[in-house]
Write a protein of this length. Structure first.
Length: 428
């Protein structure tokens, strides 16, 4: 009962904090951010168009690069008479729910203060805040992803009596996530990833029957996305094929590792003993190898290819000799060191449930990286919140009740500072 009470308190604090800060920005009617432009030029016009076309909206092409569930849902609300602030309130509710669910999940594993601090770190993210302030699909899709992850986490830790039921629930949330953003198709693999993670925790090979059953969760979302690919003639609506459908971006894995170096480092710093593993010789060797690997691909700032985010902005203002950023490459090496230090702690743990959830979080992080690499654009807003989610879950799994809240509180303060610049300063 104590962990449930702590979960509710952490969810209330973090969700309430996010709601208040985002509501202030909404009421100020801030303009000028990239998300505001997306709302004005893409999402709101699509919502209004679908509202006019209901009950038979034309889905073969429209001014959004994503699958249409978010826009259709908002369009139905418009047909019911909602507009203006009412739509913003509904949109804000997605962000509050996302932050609250995440904070509650961490609190159940690591206690009230860790859960509240983790929720605040996510809720103060400039990208989670911006998606609550302006009408975008990000928070709605991420909420469904987190719910699919939570449903699958019980399989990874081996603590659910009916894993098939958990898989079905995860498949449902993954279907909704993919219906909001087709790139979220990888969330449908969460049950299978959880089976693999559980096998890793028990130091055995996953049973093929378990994998086969878990893989069935892929079908609903895969069929949905496949139907839209057939309708559009590609992975995105025709209007966005040149912008988002031009192939993979090799800089994305480097960027994800750089984000892990910042936000994953703060999350893993909450694990007792992390710093001792971070300073080990083998960790530094891994960092050197990652540094060499990161130098293999260009990582300089290039508009419409490599841009859009806090680290990209910093990279654009500092040298990039031979098209290699002096910001992203070292941070990517640090990110690799963070992961190696974490894996050292993971191998030392004797708690199978903790190892299962930790491995599952890392597999989810890998899935996100692969999915985002397939996008021609490398935008921080699509990756930073999920790096916070997956790295914090991984840390909480191993640390449990000994998890330290101060690094997460520091992350929340840093995120809020960035939001003051990215969100509140957007209007000048």
């Amino acid at each position: 009962m104590l962990d449930r009470r702590e979960a509710w308190l952490a969810a209330t604090f973090a969700g309430g904090l996010h709601a208040v800060v985002a509501a202030v920005a909404v009421l100020r009617s801030i303009e000028g951010s990239s998300e505001w432009y997306d709302q004005r030029d893409y999402h709101l016009p699509v919502i209004e168009r679908f509202a006019a076309e209901l009950p038979a909206p034309v889905l073969s092409d429209y001014q959004s690069a994503t699958t249409p569930l978010y826009h259709l849902f908002m369009a139905m609300l418009v047909r019911l008479g909602l507009d203006g602030m009412a739509l913003h309130a509904v949109n804000l509710a997605f962000g509050v729910a996302l932050v609250a669910v995440f904070a509650a999940f961490i609190a159940r594993k690591a206690g009230l203060f860790a859960g509240a601090a983790a929720g605040a770190a996510l809720g103060m993210s400039p990208y989670v805040l911006s998606s609550s302030v302006w009408l975008t699909t990000d928070n709605a899709a991420t909420l469904m992803l987190v719910l699919a992850f939570v449903a699958s986490a019980g399989i990874a830790c081996g603590c659910v009596r009916m894993p098939v039921r958990s898989g079905v629930l995860a498949a449902g949330w993954a279907l909704l996530a993919a219906a909001v953003r087709q790139i979220m198709l990888y969330t449908a693999a969460f049950p299978a990833a959880a089976v693999v993670a559980r096998a890793c925790a028990e130091r055995r090979r996953p049973a093929w029957r378990e994998l086969l059953v878990a893989s069935l969760a892929l079908l609903p979302a895969a069929v949905l996305v496949g139907s839209f690919v057939a309708l559009w003639g590609g992975l995105v609506p025709p209007s966005f094929r040149a912008y988002h459908g031009g192939g993979a971006n090799a800089a994305t894995p480097v960027y994800v590792l750089a984000l892990v170096g910042v936000w994953g480092g703060l999350a893993c710093a909450s694990i007792p003993g992390f710093f001792a593993r971070f300073w080990m010789a083998r960790t530094w060797l891994a960092g050197a190898l990652a540094l060499a690997a990161a130098l293999l691909v260009p990582s300089n700032y290039v508009v419409h290819v490599r841009f859009g985010g806090v680290l990209w902005t910093l990279a654009s203002r500092l040298p990039a000799p031979f098209e290699r950023s002096v910001v992203l490459v070292p941070l990517a090496a640090i990110g690799a060191m963070v992961l190696v230090a974490y894996l050292r702690l993971w191998t030392e743990s004797r708690d199978r449930a903790a190892r299962g959830v930790g491995a599952f979080a890392l597999l989810a992080l890998l899935g996100m990286t692969l999915a985002q690499t397939a996008n021609q654009q490398c935008f921080e807003r699509y990756m930073q919140p999920l790096v916070v989610v997956f790295c914090t879950v991984a840390a909480a799994a191993l640390a449990g009740r000994s998890m330290r809240a101060w690094p997460l509180a520091l992350a929340a303060c840093a995120a809020f500072g960035l939001s003051l610049f990215n969100v509140f300063r957007a209007g000048g």
